[in-house]
Design a protein around this ligand. Structure first.
Ligand code: NAD
Length: 356
């Protein structure tokens, strides 16, 4: 039995991980530490009565030390972060504070409790990071491997790179048992509707423009969040301390292809279920029109990376990890979840419209 502390567990991937862990490791104890920023939502943990949510900041080292001691935590799975690239361009300070200083605060507390004054082993600090730390690829460049040099281009990716280096250093210098995973673009249930997939999906339902940065040919690897959780599970179970693992979805697609898939899937859903036209009368699909008529090209994001691609050979060979869905399958499941869980996303849209 393990005692997990999941930081950022009320956010998108963290909450999916908590649901995944409760399903697959029912005897483990799970505590969530989350500051409930705009991206954190206690409703993401609804239905998990045996998971304690502690509202607090990872930068609060005494609070983290207290939790590690009191709950006898042996495993930290660290998701908490400022995570939206666009926000990092307009307000980078919060990214340095949470992603760099916050991660260091957790590492300090873990070192103190697990190495200096605690029981020592076994313990694990797993750090969740991003493929964006590797920078941008040209069309024919090889995909990112774990040995690709870091070249972060946005304040977000630079702050994540800083946190990755600190995690590595705490292993090398102090012997803390750490692992890091660098994953590609996630999508799936509970994703805050500022990110591409839920934003475009909901815009299709409401007949709002689909704003496409630049020429729409930026390429990303798309990873269903449940496949990501499975990858983290593998790292926790068989990953070697001190190592990093790239986790991808094996689905390298230009944004335009992703958007066309979203539109086509929404159109098919409306054609199959006449009630959707009554629920969402402003959708083009409600009038038998194509959702992709909403596509609108807008000025590109500053410093927009052109291409990310993941070489997951190491995760496949060492961990036995493999993604279980294509993007088409994963997006169809995601659309189905959003259509069935309007009570989850409607308050978020209303809050955003009210400027809260
Ligand atoms: P998210 O923005 O949805 O959730 C982040 C969570 O962290 C929120 O619940 C928020 O309240 C919490 N948080 C923020 N600052 C905090 C602080 N100081 N103390 C405690 N909690 C705090 O992010 P996400 O998309 O779920 O991403 C989770 C992790 O995965 C991040 O580390 C991110 O860098 C990484 N990642 C995400 C993606 C993706 O596609 N979403 C891709 C690669 C890596």
């Amino acid at each position: 039995m393990a005692n997990l502390l999941v930081t950022g567990g009320a956010g998108f991937i963290g909450a999916n991980f908590v649901h995944y862990w409760r399903t697959h490791h029912a005897s483990d104890v799970v505590t969530v530490l989350d500051a409930l920023t705009y991206a954190g939502n206690p409703a993401n943990l609804d239905g998990l009565s045996d998971v304690e949510l502690v509202v607090g900041d990872i930068c609060d080292t005494p609070l983290v030390e207290d939790l590690l001691a009191r709950k006898q935590i042996d495993t930290i799975v660290h998701f908490a972060a400022e995570s939206h690239v666009d926000r990092s361009i307009t307000g980078p300070d919060a990214f340095v504070t949470t992603n760099v200083i916050g991660t260091h605060s957790l590492l300090k507390a873990a070192r103190k409790l697990w190495l200096d004054t605690g029981t020592g082993r076994p313990h694990r600090f797993h750090h969740v990071s991003t493929d964006e730390v590797y920078g941008s690829l040209g069309p024919n460049d090889p995909a990112f491997s774990e040995t690709t040099a870091y070249a972060p281009n946005s304040p977000y990716s630079a702050s994540k790179a800083g946190s990755d280096h600190l995690v590595r250093a705490y292993h090398h210098t102090y012997g803390l048992e750490v692992t890091t995973s660098n994953c590609s673009n996630n999508y799936g249930p509970y994703q805050f509707p500022e990110k591409l997939i839920p934003l475009f999906l909901l815009n299709c339902l409401y007949g709002r423009n689909l704003p496409i940065y630049g020429d729409g040919m930026n390429v990303r690897d798309w990873l269903h969040v449940e496949d990501h959780c499975h990858g983290i599970e593998k790292v926790l179970q068989v990953g070697r301390p001190g190592e990093t693992y790239n986790i991808g979805g094996g689905q390298e697609l230009p944004n335009l292809t992703v958007i066309e898939e979203i539109c086509a899937t929404v159109d098919r859903a409306f054609a199959a279920d006449p009630q959707l036209a009554q629920r969402f009368p402003d959708a083009p699909a409600a009038r038998g029109q194509a959702s992709d008529t909403l596509k609108t090209f807008v000025t590109d994001r500053a410093g927009h990376d052109r291409r990310y691609a993941i070489d997951e050979t190491k995760a496949r060979s060492e961990l036995g990890y493999a993604p279980r869905r294509t993007f088409s399958e994963g997006f169809a499941q995601t659309l189905d979840w959003y259509l069935k869980n309007e009570q989850w996303w409607r308050p978020l849209l209303e809050k955003a419209a009210a400027g809260r």
